[in-house]
Ligand binder design. Structure first.
Ligand SMILES: Cc1ncc(COP(=O)(O)O)c(C=O)c1O
Length: 417
């Protein structure tokens, strides 16, 4: 947003136009409007408020406190030792595309390497997906509360974003299908949907996916399905992943499925992900990868092969641990006065109501400052998140207990309960 109107009085009476030492505020370089109006991360804002505060227990970001398993780190170290330091194919090295195609086929039905593109993690895959299908003025719909990147990315490209909120009640967060379908008007270009969902842990049912898919097929609406948490799913015994749009589609429909190595193999810092895309888009996608990142780092892609080929036992034990941590934290929070917590079936967060969270950003800043507890404010995920805070439980129960103790102390000191 230019504030030239506010600063014009500085420029109009500058008689000496040759005085280059005087630059009016209106002349200062600034980003274009679409970028200036992007929301900045409230989670970062809280984390910044914690700088300088000794001994903060951070549960604000979406990552585990454990490092990537050794067999993956060793694969990267070996690749580096071999001198694997060069550019790769835009869409990823063939062996990684092949193991990913086998992995996706096992989980969701026949998928060839021609449908797989390797990306620099999930967030880059989301950007590429949006770049493939939306431009200036295109209408996008997103289901919220939602990790803000999905809402902000289409705006960078000049698209408009309308949000439809999940509803909160006795059963936790649920989808009002009629509201979503009503928003998916024939002039809608794209639906951005994330299940299992960050921050709520909500998981879309197969029937809901089928209904939304039928509607989008009828109107030619693209779906970008963010399924980076598909393996962090606490369903029936034997279920390996949450229901995916891939289960219901052939690979040549208007569906782009985004995934990541960050969550199922604890590889957040590696920046590796992939997308499942209609093969007809691959030529154009290759151009976009070239102009964004050119490729994912080659030795990181080698580590990705090790993760997919040998990581299944690790992912299964991670999910079992996460289930224990989720239940442990939910039970502890439920004992606190005024806390309303539901136990969701996916992702790695509890998104719960907390006294004082009607202004969740202010509350989270106070919790960091006064209690050394780092939580994410619900408002970071859309206005319907106000009143809630998000707690990432991907750590061991003793650490969660220490956090709950701090929260209990904070509430007690303010006379809650
Ligand atoms: C819903 C969702 N999608 C995508 C991502 C992207 O993760 P990454 O870029 O690390 O793959 C995240 C990260 O937290 C997320 O929560």
């Amino acid at each position: 947003m230019s504030d030239s109107a506010l600063t014009s009085s500085f420029t109009s009476d500058s008689s000496d136009s040759s005085d280059s030492s005087f630059t009016s505020k209106a002349d200062l370089p600034e980003a274009r409007d679409a970028v200036q109006t992007l929301r900045s991360s409230q989670i970062r804002e809280v984390a910044n408020a914690g700088f300088g505060v000794p001994d903060v227990l951070p549960f604000w970001f979406g990552e585990s406190d454990r490092v990537t398993p050794p067999f993956i780190r060793e694969a990267a170290a070996e690749a580096l030792g071999r001198g694997d330091t060069f550019y790769t194919h835009n869409l990823g090295i063939a062996p990684l595309r092949e193991v990913l195609a086998r992995y996706v086929s096992e989980l969701h039905g026949a998928t060839s390497p021609e449908s797989i593109a390797v990306t620099s993690a999930g967030v880059n895959a989301l950007m590429l997906a949006a770049q493939l299908v939306v431009g200036t003025g295109d209408r996008t719909v997103a289901l919220t509360p939602l990790w803000p990147n999905l809402v902000e990315i289409p705006k960078i490209l000049g698209a408009t974003v309308e949000t439809v909120s999940l509803s909160y009640g006795e059963r936790g967060w649920t989808l009002d299908l009629d509201r979503l379908l009503a928003a998916l008007t024939p002039d809608t270009k794209l639906l951005m949907i994330n299940s299992p969902n960050n921050p709520t842990g909500w998981v879309m049912t197969r029937d809901e996916q089928r209904t939304v898919l039928d509607h989008c097929r009828r109107h030619g609406i693209w779906i970008v399905a963010d399924e980076v948490y598909e393996r962090l799913y606490y369903g029936e015994a034997g279920e390996r992943a949450a229901s995916s749009f891939l289960d219901l589609t052939s690979r040549d429909e208007r569906l782009i499925c985004v995934n990541s190595f960050s969550k199922a193999w604890l590889m957040t810092g590696w920046r590796l992900g992939w997308m499942v895309t209609p093969p007809t888009l691959m030529g154009d996608l290759g151009k976009l990868v070239e102009y964004n990142t050119s490729c994912a780092p080659s030795f990181v892609q080698q580590a990705g092969i090790a993760a997919v080929e040998h990581g299944e036992p690790f992912t299964r034990s991670l999910v079992a641990d996460l289930r224990v941590s989720r239940d442990h934290l939910a039970a502890a929070l439920a004992r606190l006065p005024g806390v309303d917590v539901k136990v969701p079936h996916g992702a790695m967060y509890l998104f719960f109501r907390l006294p004082g969270a009607q202004q969740s950003l202010a509350l989270c800043k106070a919790l960091v400052r006064d209690a050394g507890l780092g939580l994410a404010p619900g408002s970071a995920f859309g206005p319907e998140g106000e009143g809630f805070v998000r707690w990432c439980y991907a750590c061991d129960p003793a650490r969660l207990d220490a956090g709950v103790e701090r929260l209990a102390g904070y509430l007690a000191a303010r006379g809650v309960g």
